[in-house]
Ligand binder design. Structure first.
Ligand code: C5P
Length: 303
């Protein structure tokens, strides 16, 4: 039995720098991973009627019931990124019969929230099955596989190491060295679907931004936040707010917290984050916000 963590990612900035021939957008984004995680447990199945040559015998979902109840456990459901990752790996290995494996997902990351929960689960599935099936594929091979499956999955293979994304999100460059940062994540419990946000961005004919040249390191959280504030933004913010107006309220609530150094949308939303000067400030802000907004998903975390 093997249990691995699949951490939530945050896009500290997200510049849209152009458009690829396939309609996808070119990005420039500094990605970090938080200690909000899903857990995936891989265990050998004794016998399995439905695994065939594809190795995945059963998928069980547990954890935060608000999120887990929306997830299907059908091992042939290609909409499920865990299933897709398992099938991709099985196909690549093309062995006659892979030892059947059960996967249990303990879900804590909000769905469709701009935190890459599904992508992180898929990346962790590739890592877990690579070990469970003793496939010994290199990280480069897993990256190539991940890049074919969705835009954030290759980045999530590097977790928890921060990474700089370029092109459509599949070119990974080293990130600057960063201090430990404490932050609060807030999701209004309403989604802003990624395809709709990118479509709205394209309709708005927003000018493209430039990629950012980062220094090699940031010594303090204040240095990091000053740099991000001065030189970067999330270009999807206006599009996401028009798709989901709840985001405007979340950004306002976070910006008015004491000692919030930087407030921003992550990815295409709807989760927003605020970075704080220290752990105490982040925890106090989370407690106060939860009192005012009991229906929002709010959590202090760090990267
Ligand atoms: O790859 P993923 O499934 O996360 O992307 C969802 C949608 O977001 C894509 O179908 C595309 O419309 C949009 N997208 C984009 N450019 C990217 C990533 C995603 O236009 N780099």
């Amino acid at each position: 039995m093997l249990t691995l963590s699949a951490p939530a990612k945050i896009n500290l900035h997200l510049h849209i720098t152009g458009r690829a021939d396939n309609g996808y957008h070119h990005l420039d984004s500094l990605v970090v991973f938080t200690d909000v995680v899903d857990h995936l447990t891989f265990s050998p199945a004794d016998s399995c009627a439905n695994s065939g040559e594809r190795g995945l015998c059963s998928l069980e979902v547990a954890g935060d019931t608000t999120f887990a109840q929306h997830l299907k456990t059908d091992c042939n459901d290609q909409d499920n990124l865990i299933v897709r990752a398992a099938h991709h790996l099985a196909e690549y290995l093309s062995l006659h019969a892979l030892a059947p494996v059960n996967i249990r997902l303990e879900k804590h990351i909000p769905l469709g929230g701009g935190l890459g929960g599904g992508s992180s689960d898929a990346a962790t599935t590739l890592l877990g099955l690579n070990r469970s099936w003793n496939a010994q594929l290199s990280v480069e091979t897993l990256h190539q596989m991940a890049a074919k499956m969705g835009s954030d999955i290759a980045a999530c293979l590097t977790a928890p190491t921060p990474i700089l994304l370029r092109d459509t999100g599949n070119t990974l460059l080293p990130a600057p060295k960063m201090p430990e940062c404490y932050l609060v994540l807030v999701n209004p419990m309403s989604s802003s679907p990624t395809p709709a946000v990118y479509k709205r961005f394209a309709q708005n004919s927003t000018p493209f931004s430039s990629p950012i040249v980062f220094p090699d390191s940031f010594a303090t959280v204040q240095d990091l936040c000053s740099f991000l504030k001065e030189h970067t933004q999330n270009d999807l913010t206006a599009a996401a707010e028009s798709i989901n107006p709840d985001i405007t309220g979340v950004l306002h609530a976070l910006a008015t917290c004491r000692e919030a150094l930087l407030t921003r949308l992550s990815g295409s939303g709807s989760t927003c984050y605020a970075i704080f000067a220290n752990k105490t400030a982040a925890h106090q802000a989370a407690t106060e916000l939860q009192r005012h907004y009991p229906d929002w998903w709010i959590t202090p975390t760090r990267f």
